[in-house]
Design a protein around this ligand. Structure first.
Ligand SMILES: [Mn+2]
Length: 296
């Protein structure tokens, strides 16, 4: 029999106890998975990630940072009606993200499905660069008639950010037509086999070559990681990245990160390890950005 978690865990992200006005980092959840086609359930991701966050010590031995000392606010979840369409979701999330921008915050999104990320990215200037970690290319113009489907994430990001300034990494699944369109348009794809063989070096050299001097938003679809490490997701795909690749990437780009997200965690297919990884990535990413900003 599996023992249950303590019932008295707070509902906010662990140690994110700064008020909104005094915070720099704002964690917020979007419980939306309406366009997911294979296995729904990522709408429960934010809650699972917050619960998992209480597993960790406030002090991180790897970064030497005490998360408790950082100006992090948990905004809770953006409320969406049951009937909310994908385009209404995008509109609502974009409005909130624009407010965070205006207030000078670093937004940290917990998903929810990947269709939420473009809504946040559209709140940033067009000069921002985007690195996406994802098993899937997600470059369809629409899917089943829906432009804001989670299979269209990179395409929707490219409505705002030029493809030259988008890097998609960890990919190992695409339709031939979308793959051809993406490569014809010059989208740079670093597949998971390349990362397996060469580590993060090809990502970092592409960052140097194409995104130098740019602010970077990092969007992490947890299915970029191999299902052996992160099984709790809607559309798992074998032969993925390992969690250490993401740490190395964050270490290398933290000085330019202006926000990030972790999406597609689906607790129904998890034994807790996927949510745990997501929560640790959130903590680690915030700690590294705070270090680079000289806050600790
Ligand atoms: Mn994906």
């Amino acid at each position: 029999m599996i023992e249950s978690l303590p019932q008295d865990l707070p509902s906010y992200f662990a140690d994110a106890e700064t008020s909104y006005p005094d915070s720099l980092f704002v964690i917020f959840g979007v419980c939306y998975d309406k366009t997911s086609t294979f296995r729904k359930g990522s709408r429960h991701g934010p809650e699972a990630i917050r619960t998992a966050s209480w597993n960790f010590e406030s002090y991180n031995l790897l970064t030497k940072v005490n998360f408790k000392n950082l100006p992090v606010h948990d905004y809770g979840n953006i409320l969406l009606d049951e009937s909310c369409s994908p385009s209404e979701m995008v509109q609502t999330v974009n409005t909130v993200a624009e407010r965070f921008m205006k207030d000078g915050k670093v937004p940290i999104l917990l998903g929810g499905e990947h269709s939420i990320s473009p809504a946040v990215i559209h709140a940033f200037p067009k000069t921002t660069a985007v690195i996406s970690l994802d098993a899937h290319l997600d470059f369809r113009e629409d899917f089943k008639g829906e432009r804001n489907n989670h299979a269209c994430t990179i395409r929707r990001i490219s409505d705002h950010i030029p493809v030259d300034h988008i890097l998609v990494c960890g990919v190992r699944s695409a339709e031939k037509q979308e793959y051809d369109e993406a490569t014809d348009l010059g989208l740079e794809i670093i597949d998971s086999v390349t990362i397996h063989k060469k580590g993060t070096e090809p990502i970092l050299s592409a960052v140097q070559r194409k995104l130098s001097q740019k602010d970077i938003y990092l969007t992490i679809d947890i299915d970029a990681v191999d299902p052996g490490f992160a099984p709790g997701t809607g559309t798992p795909e074998p032969f993925g990245m390992i969690p250490f690749h993401i740490l190395t990437l964050i270490d290398s780009i933290a000085d330019r990160l202006i926000g990030f997200d972790v999406v597609e965690v689906s607790p129904a297919y998890d034994h807790g390890e996927t949510a745990m990884l997501a929560a640790k990535l959130v903590r680690y990413g915030i700690e590294r950005i705070a270090q680079k900003k000289g806050l600790v």
